[in-house]
Design a protein around this ligand. Structure first.
Ligand SMILES: [Zn+2]
Length: 449
């Protein structure tokens, strides 16, 4: 069915203009007024039209830990939040070889509401085969510099080898940056002291551990020429360390997430497991948050993802603070929180469109099919109401998590309709349609179409 979205203000990274959007065969075919275009009409007067969000870092645990999330609930939650593309990987059932990626693509053939890329994990004992893994089509290769969630660390010597190989085959790496020796030493010392209070989280996963790993990663990127994304960067010093190597020629990008702009370090002392994620929240005062917003506005933080890694309340309360899983739910709130920040004057809507839509689509090889409203692009369109106000509530959460760290927060601005290739997949915060619409998007290394 052809579709015309009428009367919206189209927002791009460089500006905004009034235009109708015409959709045919799941693609945007024209912007502007076409009186004779026969189509179903959606009235979007007073709304902004932005490209659907490309959330390049989510964990839907499917297969893996489906009691925490699965692709059906995760992709529906993402659509409700204004997202039309996710890039997913799961630590509980990591993809470490070509066969594993093929199996996962087959498993997900009818389980996603929106289009998706998949990442693969770099395992230290499989470094010799990452080139063939890259050619199978993951959107990126994920590397941990410290042992976390049962995923082994890739230490400096192996990291150098991995980066040299990735530079040769033009791969793209996403690096979780925390120093293994430092987190290990802190864990041992805290456990020896008998500590199991909530304060262990920021002591164990310290600023220093993140800064050392981020600096080392960015340096190795410069020395090898590998293309590297620093995952979920949590505070301004880490961003600035990475930027130093970027200024000297490193091909590095800096990802961050809403939790590093909105949640405070001290909240863990009260909320414990519900603020256990790593790197943890670092904001101590208003100046920390202002610096993060400046780094985002200026593009030093290049893009925003969610790092959606949900657990249910029961799972978060199923043991002491050492035992319960890391991670937060977030796919439903990322765009809303960023729109709220636009309203507050912390960042422009154009920059939000760049950081959530166009930049990740370009980085991971999906642009201009994704992350764009240009004619020829997939009709992945999110209509946003800048004046919509609501209080975030646990009972509205679609993710299996069933709770949000932002519950109780009053926000202004939010998605009202999400279209995936021209089909309505969410309206007013509720998913629409059946899973199975979403298709796998092979990564840039794949020779497949
Ligand atoms: Zn993650």
């Amino acid at each position: 069915m052809d579709l015309t979205i009428r009367g919206a203000t189209v927002v791009t990274p460089t500006g905004r203009f009034a235009a109708d959007i015409h959709v045919h065969g799941g693609k945007i075919v024209a912007l502007g007024t076409l009186d004779a275009f026969p189509a179903q009409v959606v009235d979007a007067g007073g709304l902004f039209a932005i490209p659907g969000v490309v959330d390049s870092h989510v964990h839907f645990m499917d297969p893996g830990e489906p009691e925490r999330e699965d692709f059906i609930t995760g992709s529906a939650a993402a659509a409700a939040g204004g997202t039309t593309t996710v890039i997913e990987h799961t630590h509980g059932a990591p993809v470490v070889d070509v066969e594993g990626l093929r199996r996962k693509v087959a498993h997900l053939s009818r389980r996603s509401l929106i289009d998706f890329g998949l990442a693969a994990h770099v395992w230290p004992d499989r470094l010799a085969r990452i080139s063939e893994l890259w050619e199978a089509g993951p959107a990126y290769l994920k590397v941990f510099t410290c042992e976390t969630h049962g995923v082994p660390a890739v230490l400096a010597g192996d990291l150098l080898q991995c980066f040299r190989a990735a530079a040769r085959f033009h791969g793209l790496l996403l690096i979780h940056c925390e120093d293994d020796a430092m987190t290990r030493e802190r864990e041992r010392a805290l456990r020896e002291a008998g500590r199991a209070d909530y304060g262990i989280v920021p002591e164990w996963r310290s600023r220093e551990a993140e800064e050392i790993a981020a600096a080392e990663t960015a340096l190795l990127a410069r020395l090898t020429g590998a293309r590297v994304v620093i995952a979920h960067t949590s505070h301004p010093e880490a961003v600035e360390l990475v930027h130093r190597e970027h200024a000297r020629g490193a091909r590095v990008w800096v990802e961050s997430c809403p939790q590093y702009f909105f949640l405070k370090e001290a909240e863990v002392l009260r909320h414990g497991p519900f603020r256990k994620f790593t790197p943890p929240a670092r904001l101590r005062d208003g100046e920390d948050a202002a610096r993060m917003w400046r780094l985002l506005a200026e593009g030093w933080i290049t893009h925003i993802s969610t790092d959606h890694a949900p657990s249910t309340r029961a799972q978060k309360q199923g043991g002491d603070i050492w035992q319960v899983p890391f991670g937060l739910p977030g796919v439903e709130t990322t765009l809303t929180l960023m729109l709220h920040a636009v309203r507050a004057g912390s960042v422009t809507l154009e920059r939000v469109v760049d950081a959530l839509c166009e930049r990740p689509a370009r980085l991971y090889g999906f642009y201009p099919r994704k992350g764009s409203l240009l004619p020829g692009a997939d009709a992945d369109i999110t209509l946003v109401d800048p004046a919509r106000s609501r209080v975030i509530q646990d009972d509205q959460v679609i993710s299996k998590a069933g709770w949000s760290p932002y519950a109780g927060m009053a926000v202004v601005g939010g998605p009202v309709m999400t279209f995936s290739r021209g089909r309505l997949v969410a309206k007013d915060g509720r998913p629409q349609g059946e899973p199975g619409w979403g298709r796998w998007l092979p990564g840039a290394g794949s020779p497949a179409p």
